[in-house]
Design a protein around this ligand. Sequence first.
Ligand SMILES: *Cc1c(COP(=O)(O)O)cnc(C)c1O
Length: 360
Amino acid sequence: MKYEISVTKTACPKEKPADESKLGFGKVFTDHMFIMDYSTDKGWHDGRIVPFGPLSIHPASTVLHYGAEIFEGMKAYRRADGSIGLFRPMENVRRLNRSAERLCLPELDEEGCLDILNTLVELEKDWVPHSEGTSLYLRPYLFGNDPHLGVHAVKNATFVVICSPVGAYYAEGINPVKIAIESTDVRAVRGGTGYAKCGGNYAASLRAGQRAEEKGYTQVLWLDGVEQKYIEEVGAMNVMFKIAGKIVTPSLASGSILPGITRKSCLELLKDWGFEVEERKISVDELFAAAADGSLEEAWGTGTAAVVSPIGQLFYQGNSYTLCGGEIGPVAQKLYDQLTGIQWGKVEDKFGWTQFVCNG
Ligand SMILES: *Cc1c(COP(=O)(O)O)cnc(C)c1O
């Protein structure tokens, strides 16, 4: 089912950024955005593409008081054949609905949501940057929007999609990061909202991230919220290790880990390449024992923004371990090359992951 979408074009289109090397992340926005309202009596209605600009929100709106907000992050790529494509967009749509279910927000029709994304990207296609490594980042988000303070599942909600041309994540080459294991704060707990992509998870994670940065680390490695013993994620990325030739990654079973689409894609590639892949609990003790006896060969984070982010150094309780001599390891490099190659249409997409949106 497709939603009806009205289009009001801007009367004053903005200048596109002249220097794509200075785009950064999420600082520049395109000319238009998508908005759609939900109410329990009308369902989703009034889908519209309008000029990009501020939203008007009731001061008592649910999202401002109780944090009822979920979001997605995905990219549109300018491909080698000149077309514009998305990467596994239905995975994002389905995850948005799973997040909505967890936070008692209304779900979207899958086909209808995909059509909204395609329609907006096609309208904004000239905003998809051209330089190598750049893309148009899409940020769909959905929030509870009741105009009163009572606490209950919402009757009104709003779905918005904004687009931002983003620079190459690794403009200066892939740089392995320094990671500190976080033993005070936790990001998510069993039974909580860890598997949902919701703003509240990020709010809860900022303090640890800030403290780590102050001490010179790039990000934290999160431990589970029950025993603070098992590894969950790295910053806002999923994490993988190569230990004694096998790929090991935390299992999603606890519900406190975000099921990344990059994670899923990497695991599918690794299996296809013949690696033995284990999705299971990994304790921090096991990790450091492997680091100490030399069987921890590589570690990296996975996520849409960076694709693959190698971990060069790990810090825990006064000890530090350097991995791969602080360089990117061969498996992380191969995953990065293969995934970005598929996304930018440079290598064969035998899994059918990329979806054509329009000609460039
Ligand atoms: C979005 C996100 C990820 C990565 O998901 P991708 O679909 O690969 O971008 C990992 N962890 C957290 C907490 C996230 O919010």
